[in-house]
Write a protein that binds this ligand. Sequence first.
Ligand SMILES: *Cc1c(COP(=O)(O)O)cnc(C)c1O
Length: 400
Amino acid sequence: MSHSFQTKLLHNRHKFDKSNGAVSVPIQHASTFHQPDIDSFGKYDYGRSANPTREALEETIAHLEEGTRGFAFSSGMAAISTAFLLLSQGDHVLISEDVYGGTYRMVSEVLTRYGVAHTFVDMTDLGKVKAAIQANTKLLYVETPSNPLLKVTDITAVSTLAKTIGAWTFVDNTFLTPSLQKPLELGADLVLHSATKFLSGHSDVVAGLAVAKDPELADRLAFLQNSFGAVLGVQDAWLVLRGLKTLHVRLEQSQKSAYKIASYLEKHPAVKKVYFPGLTTHPGFTLQHRQAQGPGAVLSFELHSEEDLRKFVGKVEIPVFAVSLGAVESILSFPAKMSHAAMPESERLKRGITNSLLRLSVGLESAEDLIEDFEQAFQHTITAASGNQEQRRVYHGNLR
Ligand SMILES: *Cc1c(COP(=O)(O)O)cnc(C)c1O
């Protein structure tokens, strides 16, 4: 019997401990394991190479992403950086232009020192991707929806193109998780995650995951995970496993609220533009609908000026104002100074990440409460004050 994703989150190989029936994966602290004799070693020998608790998480994520083998790292960046070690000197990477700030920093300031070149490209435009391919292009690195502008890349089209030139496709699936999008089924070779976000979901652990499709690639990544050594600790592996159990229900609820909030913001006079792939006005709407089960729970919106933004942020009360996303509490962030601070201003502005852009990761609060909070905060922005008072009163009235 094949179960739905929702059921698989709870009923998988690690549903209970085979030795005693415990319904929570035990945390195995041991760093080393006794070996039966001089010639035969057990399955586990040293904690960096393998640990039963970490392995439970690795098997679970591999199962959920429909891959061959999973890997747990000490952070999303540890997962991503270790995956980049699959490349060699002289290789070239094509990468989404509005990629996560830390990935941008790794590619532009670290890999370059080791002779791995890169080109940032608008992955949503296949013509531009084709034009940017070089003889030594070994990797097409995709983030979809992208951060923070939620641009949607066609994973099937990009991975098909990558195969024609013998390159890999890696997809950072942090924003959607396998609950909404399965890159390996769409043709990607490796899925990467900051499990710090939706997968764990409670803003209480920093972790990274990777899942490979092909066993040969999985072996190479296993070698690198052990060589580089940025493995996830057992307490943190357990926290991710616990968070995963409620992934589906959390994401469903947050996504529902994200739709409501995006629609509210789209009509608001204080808002210049809303970026959310669930809106029919979003250029990636049709593609998102085709390749994923939903738009996710992250949206961005632009106000009319940085001054407006500062006033709004000063007055808004419910969301925490912080870096990160994908948590039970809504998180409002300022990409220009937070997630994308590692990107030079000129590069940032080129990508449309302006000083009047805010990103919202919708949590589990009531959507109506969030909208009401936003409404009172908008009353303080200059543009809203000069905008249509009557219209705003209507919005407010509708919530009651
Ligand atoms: C947060 C994030 C990362 C980095 O993950 P860490 O766990 O913070 O190291 C990578 N990609 C995306 C899309 C992220 O949001």
